[in-house]
Each structure stands twice: as structure tokens, then as C-alpha cells.
Write a protein that binds this ligand. Structure first.
Ligand SMILES: Cc1cc2nc3c(=O)[nH]c(=O)nc-3n(C[C@H](O)[C@H](O)[C@H](O)COP(=O)(O)OP(=O)(O)OC[C@H]3O[C@@H](n4cnc5c(N)ncnc54)[C@H](O)[C@@H]3O)c2cc1C
Length: 290
């Protein structure tokens, strides 16, 4: 099938992009970033935008930089930019270890970090990273810019707090302390498929005890989120099998898993338990960051 007819706009400045989006958004005008989610759904006519605002010609949206204590990722930064460590320290390593789980290489060379956040597929690895690390999203329109915390940004399956005339111009990830340990684990039936569940954990040790624990779960519920009960099971404890099992059980008990014709809620809950435990084991096995 071919996409339904649409008008194509190719702004070269942010000002022009925002003005075009403001004009066409009420007529289902949409942003085109990497096109790796939008183009397939247009080809199946599951989406029929009347206008596409292609942001790939806006040079300032291609920037990635460290500003104060955050890695700022512009709207046109592609997944493949994270093959190399985007910054020194654990955050760069974390992003480089997660990126290879996103689809396949050709998708990673076109798809964008911010496009994934805007699309908000529950099984997006970058959405899980954003939720677990408490990222900030900058949504900009001709009315101005606002910063939205990850916990308020993801509203449900492919739904975010972004208004239709807002461009997600930037995502900001906090740099992680140099002794942060992290582990990521996901399960999909075939390599490159969207995951059925995934877990990302991070913590530090002080006097042998876990501090600042973060446990995030994705693909299991309509939106990725931190699991406070699992974090409470870790805080102040010494890393080890018993503590990791307790945190994994807390994760599994806390989620309200999605169900579909292939995957029951019970199966997803069981995946959440296993993946949380494995992510914690990976974090413990990883060398503390130098
Ligand atoms: C076969 C296949 C397998 C895949 N596997 C995975 C996977 O395992 N994990 C995963 O996370 N993803 C996967 N993807 C999706 C891929 O990562 C996409 O790149 C990503 O979801 C969207 O990014 P994009 O830049 O391509 O956005 P686009 O496809 O261009 O846009 C997606 C949506 O977001 C909106 N949008 C995009 N950027 C912005 C912005 N800056 N501001 C406002 N709105 C915006 C668009 O209007 C559109 O509605 C897969 C895709 C394919 C085709």
C-alpha cells in the first residue's frame, strides 16, 4: 500500500519549522524525523497526516552536547550516534549498551532518540532510559518552550504530554556519578523485534550498601516507569542474590502488565521478575565505573 496524499514541508530553520507546525498541526500535520515509525504506519494507512514537517534540514537540531550536568540530545540525533559513548562515564556506556537492542542497524542510522520519545511506544528502549533516569524533555512551539519531566511526559501507549503544535526539540539526560553501576536486560522473541518486557537498573554503593537505586520497567505496561517498591527493596541493602530476588519480586508485584493475543499478563509479569533480577545481576557484575 502507498501512503495517503500529504503535503511535504522542508524547513531549514527552527523558526520556520515551528511556524509551519503551528499552521498545519490542526489539520493533522506531523513532524517527520527519522521516519522509522511514521513512514511504516503511513504506508499501512494507519496514519494519514495531511502535512509532514521534515525537520532533518534544521542544523541546530542535530546537536548533542553536555550542558551543565546533563547530556542534551537534539531532535535529529540518530540512534546510531550512541554506538560510541556520547559522554565520558557511566551514562555514555549505558546508552552504548542499550542502543544495540533497538531494531536493526539501518533503523538505527535513521531513527532518532527524540523521535522515539515523541512516538512513545511502550516497548521503546529510549523511553525506558528517559523514565528510569528522570530525563527532561523540551517541547517548543511558536508559543514558547517548556520543560517536561519524564514522569509527566509519558501518558500512555503512544501518548505523551506534548501538544500537537509542539516540537520535541531536545531531551536532557542527567550525567551519572562516576561510580554508578547499571544493568539493562530485555526479552524479545527474535533479535531486532520489539521487546515483550525490559528492565534498566542503576545504583551506587556507599560502605557496601546500595544508594540511589533506580529500577525502571518498560514494555510491560502502557508506559515505562520507575518502580518505587523495587527501589525500596534495594535501598540501604548489600547487593546479593537475596536482595535482588526481593527487588525482582517487588517489580513483578507492582506492574499491571499489558496483554495481547500472543502474550498473557502472567507471562509478562514473570518476564518482569526475571529481567529485573538479571539487570541487577549485570549491574553487580559490571565493574564500578572508573
Ligand atoms: C522494523 C522496525 C523495528 C523497530 N524496532 C524498534 C525497537 O526494538 N525499539 C525501539 O525503540 N524502536 C524500534 N523501532 C522504531 C524506531 O526506533 C524509530 O526510529 C522510532 O520509534 C521513531 O523515531 P523516528 O525518528 O524514526 O521518528 P518518526 O518515525 O519520524 O516519527 C515518529 C512519531 O513521532 C513524531 N515525532 C518524531 N520526532 C518528533 C519531534 N522531535 N517532535 C515531535 N514529534 C516528533 C512524528 O510526528 C511521528 O508521529 C523499529 C522500527 C522498525 C521499522
Amino acid at each position: 500500500m502507498k501512503p495517503a496524499p500529504f503535503r511535504y514541508h522542508a524547513p531549514t530553520t527552527l523558526y520556520e519549522a515551528l511556524a509551519t507546525l503551528a499552521a498545519v498541526a490542526p489539520d493533522d500535520g506531523r513532524v517527520l524525523a527519522g521516519g522509522q515509525s511514521l513512514v511504516p504506519i503511513m504506508a499501512f494507512r494507519l496514519a494519514r497526516p495531511t502535512h509532514l514537517v521534515d525537520i532533518n534540514g534544521v542544523a541546530e537540531l542535530r546537536r548533542m552536547a553536555i550542558v551543565e550536568d546533563k547530556l542534551t540530545i537534539g531532535a535529529c540525533v540518530r540512534h546510531a550516534a550512541f554506538y560510541r559513548e556520547a559522554c565520558e562515564g557511566p551514562l555514555g556506556r549505558l546508552l552504548a549498551s542499550v542502543v544495540r537492542h533497538i531494531g536493526h542497524h539501518p533503523i538505527r542510522t535513521r531513527g532518532t532518540f527524540c523521535g522515539s520519545l515523541a512516538h512513545a511506544d511502550p516497548a521503546s528502549e529510549w523511553c525506558l532510559v528517559a523514565a528510569t533516569l528522570d530525563a527532561e524533555m523540551v517541547a517548543t512551539s511558536s508559543r514558547g518552550a517548556r520543560t517536561i519531566a519524564a514522569k509527566d511526559f509519558f501518558a500512555g501507549i503512544m501518548t505523551t504530554a506534548r501538544a500537537e503544535d509542539e516540537l520535541l526539540t531536545q531531551a536532557r539526560l542527567p550525567l551519572l556519578p562516576s561510580d554508578t553501576r547499571f544493568g539493562f536486560c530485555e526479552f524479545s522473541r527474535r533479535a531486532g523485534d520489539f521487546a515483550l518486557a525490559m528492565a534498566l537498573v542503576a545504583y551506587r554503593l556507599e560502605d557496601g550498601a546500595i544508594v540511589e537505586p533506580r529500577v525502571g520497567v518498560g514494555a510491560a505496561e502502557p508506559r515505562p516507569r520507575r518502580i518505587a517498591q523495587a527501589e525500596a527493596a534495594l535501598a540501604g541493602r548489600t547487593p546479593g542474590a537475596e536482595v535482588f530476588h526481593a527487588a525482582a519480586d517487588a517489580s513483578a508485584d507492582a506492574v499491571d502488565p499489558l496483554e495481547d493475543h500472543n502474550t498473557s499478563a502472567d507471562y509478562r509479569r514473570s518476564l518482569v521478575r526475571t529481567l529485573t533480577r538479571r539487570a541487577l545481576e549485570r549491574a553487580a557484575a559490571s565493574e564500578a565505573c572508573r
